[in-house]
Design a binder for this molecule. Structure first.
Ligand SMILES: [Cu+2]
Length: 159
């Protein structure tokens, strides 16, 4: 109990001193996201598959449009069936969600938010556990070399 009180006090202090720098702003968002992740109904989580594939000179995500509902917990399973490694880069989207974790066969990573995920070739898979917080349209792309030109882009719609 004593530790909890101290933590609240520390947040209050940092808000007071750093409100113009943006540091406190991030701390507030982090604690809001932690609360969203904690109180979300993970037993009603929906699983959505996103496949990465290559066909000749075409590289793509399937589907290229992902639709989510604000407040609903999701697991986005990203599987790379291609011969090359690929990215799932969605900077604005990642900042608009409360992230629980990214999980793979080998472990899981917890972070306030991500900017890009790299998925290994020939069956590599990463699962992103999250809750959308903001509605809107967000882009995702693969930022490796000319992959975007080859077709690796898509849209995320949050309703
Ligand atoms: Cu790629």
């Amino acid at each position: 109990m004593r530790h909890k009180k101290l933590a609240v006090f520390a947040i209050a202090i940092s808000t007071f001193f750093f409100s113009s720098t943006g540091i406190a702003h991030d701390a507030t968002i982090d604690s809001q996201n932690a609360e969203i992740v904690k109180t979300a109904h993970w037993d009603s989580m929906e699983t959505i598959d996103l496949l990465i594939a290559e066909q000749g000179e075409k590289y793509f995500y399937r589907p290229s449009t992902l639709t989510f509902k604000k407040g609903q917990p999701y697991k986005l399973q990203i599987t790379n069936k291609g011969r090359k490694k690929h990215y799932f880069t969605a900077t604005k989207f990642f900042k608009s969600i409360a992230t629980r974790k990214v999980q793979s066969e080998d472990g899981e990573i917890k972070a306030p938010y991500f900017t890009a995920l790299e998925i290994m070739p020939k069956g590599g898979q990463l699962d992103l556990y999250f809750v959308p917080k903001e509605s809107g349209n967000f882009d995702f792309i693969c930022t490796i070399d000319d992959h975007e030109e080859k077709g690796m882009f898509g849209t995320i719609k949050v309703e």
